[in-house]
Design a protein around this ligand. Structure first.
Ligand code: ZN
Length: 163
């Protein structure tokens, strides 16, 4: 069995030199470098196909799982705290964007393109109970995979007299 070589990419002379360069850069240089990287990544992602996107996400998932497996409890707690802060900041930013947005409606904005606004069509049909569901709903939300079977809804007597 070959020896495990964790973090091999972080031990090359190139990565060590880059690390030293980053330690010496000013905050402006750092912001500029991060902005350039962000722009480059956005451009690359905008051009990738659905299959490339799926593969990238799968690779990212494997990499994150591997990295988390090597964490000690202190590193895990630190990562989880950072994740909570990032999620909180993300939610706060979204809430600020939509805070009282109805009172300042702007005709030029494409509100429908925001994923918080457009949740898709209710055209997912359960194969067991034929319930109509939204795309984000779990498969077992309606009948738990046919474990729950309800009687058909009867027309109320009063309604049948009207029609
Ligand atoms: Zn169902």
């Amino acid at each position: 069995m070959p020896l495990k070589r964790p973090s091999i990419g972080r031990q090359t002379s190139h990565s060590k030199r880059k690390k030293r360069e980053r330690e010496q850069e000013s905050s402006d240089e750092r912001s500029q470098r991060q902005e350039t990287n962000r722009h480059r990544e956005e451009t690359r992602r905008a051009q990738e196909s659905a299959e490339e996107r799926r593969q990238r996400q799968e690779t990212d998932c494997h990499r994150a799982t591997s990295r988390r497996g090597e964490e000690n409890p202190a590193e895990r707690a630190q990562r989880q705290a950072a994740d909570r802060r990032a999620k909180s900041a993300f939610n706060a930013a979204i809430n600020i964007v939509w805070l009282k947005a109805a009172f300042s409606y702007d005709l030029t904005k494409e509100y429908g393109s925001d994923p918080k606004i457009t949740i898709g069509r209710m055209d997912n049909i359960c194969m067991h109970c034929q319930a109509k569901k939204w795309p984000g709903e779990a498969p077992g939300l309606c009948c738990t995979g046919e474990k729950v079977v309800l009687d058909a809804i009867q027309n109320p007597l009063m309604c049948s007299r009207i029609f």
